[in-house]
Design a protein around this ligand. Structure first.
Ligand code: B12
Ligand code: SF4
Length: 435
């Protein structure tokens, strides 16, 4: 009998959430490795285009848009925040109806992403327990990897940590196949995701990737091209990269991929929401990226302060950002698509010169987006926050909550106001969405 598998991308519980090219890419990749003949269905609470979603279809020209949401009670650890806590995504009833109509399933694979979004995972597990008690449940993804003990406490049958999937195949009693991500499960697709490599060679002290995937490895070129072709055939015109180090060792990974895209004359718009390392943007790379169709360039700048950069891993310095911007402009990148991410609420914030950094990026012609720091257990900077918050309670990793704890809510709002003002003076019509 074919294995009946249900894939689930849970709703989000947070102070804000925006569809910034969010797709459960890890889950779809894992599903592509299920043996042929498996009977697989997807329930993505965050699919704004799903016929059963009553969500607003309004989106920007790059495929980003608002999720439907409703206010819910703020959980105890986050109380005191002067912002409404909300649930984002399709209504709970729609999933419960789906389970009654489409069940039973042998196993449910649940995507987890931000650690502090676990209330959505918990809701899904509660519904599965009540309405599909014989369905075995598996969690995988970021929260399962960074907080495995907490994830196990939610009661799933298996928690898969990291990208080693052997425990999953043993649990299911099957051998993995080598298929492409199961994008066909979406009735309509406008946005797709690619990841050309896994891991990052850098060691930024605020990031979990050095612990989880310290070694950079490119995926085979033919596979990445086949993934893109599949996405284009399904109608996706906006493609976001989820790579941690898209520009690293470009001659082995990105350059051959972009050459293949240009050779095949594929007309897609590429986006880089997970930040590019500006150090690697040379005039040649910039030219190739623009020719291949890159439309948005999110540059992970964080701070212009030399001392802050040096202490946190030396990812990129101000003069490197300046050089990258010049290369992108010379290659013809639209100024509207150029954004610098700047971290706020970081434990070494006193070294960071947030306002001067904002102005520096602004004067280079960049739009500025503030990234509130999320402290992660196991990272040097996360561990430094143990005296400030309960790091073992993943809700306290919430970026909005943590930045307010660190800087005070009014100071965060003041910095955001300043950021908006700078961006407005650059491009009157375009307001930066909240990540
Ligand atoms: C893409 C990405 C984003 C996307 C959104 C992704 C999404 N789907 O929601 C964007 C750019 C919007 C984003 C935003 C942010 N992000 Co981010 N992001 C990532 C990134 C690069 C990948 C996450 C992902 O989708 N992984 C899924 C796939 C692509 O990963 P994979 O490892 O290849 O998958 C393998 C395994 O994990 C496993 N697997 C994966 N899923 C599943 C599911 C099942 C069932 C199983 C069995 C296995 C399995 O199998 C796969 C085998 O190939 C991670 C870093 C990383 N490398 O994980 C940071 C990361 C998740 N982000 C992080 C942060 C800090 C942020 C921001 C807070 C930054 C900021 N201050 O603005 C914001 C938060 C946004 C918000 N609203 O709160 C942190 C985590 C924070 C936290 N507390 O959880 C991470 C870990 C990076 C870091 N700094 O350490 N992010
Ligand atoms: S370069 Fe990016 S992915 Fe790599 S360690 Fe630094 S923040 Fe993490």
């Amino acid at each position: 009998m074919a294995l009946r598998v249900l894939l689930i991308n849970p709703p989000i519980f947070d102070f804000s959430a925006y569809d910034f090219w969010l797709k459960p890419y890890g889950l779809l990749r894992v599903a592509g490795m299920l043996p042929g003949g498996s009977d697989v269905e997807l329930f993505d609470y965050l699919d704004r285009l799903h016929p059963a979603a009553s969500m607003s279809r309004r989106e920007d020209e790059s495929g980003r848009g608002n999720f439907d949401s409703r206010a819910v009670d703020t959980p105890v650890p986050l109380q005191g925040m002067p912002r409404r806590y909300r649930r984002f995504g399709m209504a709970r009833d729609v999933f419960r109806r789906f389970l009654r109509e489409r069940g039973p399933f042998d196993v449910a694979l649940v995507q987890t992403v931000m650690t502090y979004w676990y209330p959505g995972v918990r809701e899904v597990l509660e519904d599965l327990r009540e309405l599909a008690p014989d369905t075995r449940t598996v969690l995988g993804g970021v929260y399962a990897t960074l907080c495995p003990a907490h994830a196990r406490s939610l009661g799933a049958d298996l928690v898969v940590e990291g990208s080693r999937l052997r425990p999953l195949w043993d649990f299911l009693g099957i051998q993995p196949a080598d298929g492409l991500p199961l994008w066909d499960l979406y009735p309509r697709l406008e946005v797709g995701i690619l990841k050309l490599a896994i891991g990052c060679p850098f060691r930024c002290t605020y990031c979990s990737v050095p612990q989880v995937d310290p070694t950079f490895r490119g995926y085979p070129l033919e596979r990445s091209v086949a993934e893109l072709e599949q996405l284009v055939a399904r109608g996706a015109r906006n493609i976001a990269f989820y790579d941690d180090a898209l520009l690293y060792r470009p001659m082995g990974v990105l350059v051959p991929f972009l050459e293949a895209v240009i050779d095949r004359d594929m007309h897609v718009a590429f986006h880089t929401p997970n930040a590019l390392n500006a150090r690697f943007i040379t005039p040649d790379i910039a030219e190739l990226m623009v020719r291949a169709g890159f439309q948005t360039f999110f540059l992970g700048f964080e701070s212009k302060a030399y001392e802050w950069q040096r202490k946190t891993g030396g990812k990129v310095y101000g003069h490197e950002l300046e050089r990258a911007v010049a290369a992108l402009r010379a290659a013809g990148a639209s100024p509207r698509g150029l954004t610098a991410y700047l971290i706020i609420g970081h434990p070494e914030g006193n070294l960071q010169d947030v306002e001067a950094s904002m102005k520096f990026a602004h004067e280079l012609g960049l739009r500025v987006m503030l990234s509130e720091f999320s402290p992660l257990p196991g990272t040097p900077d996360g561990e430094a926050c143990r005296s400030l918050i309960d790091l073992d309670e993943p809700l306290c990793h919430n970026k909005t909550f943590f930045a307010a704890q660190r800087l005070g809510y009014d100071e965060v709002e003041r910095l955001k106001g300043l950021c908006r003002e700078l961006n407005r003076s650059r491009e009157p019509a375009a307001a930066a969405p909240v990540r």
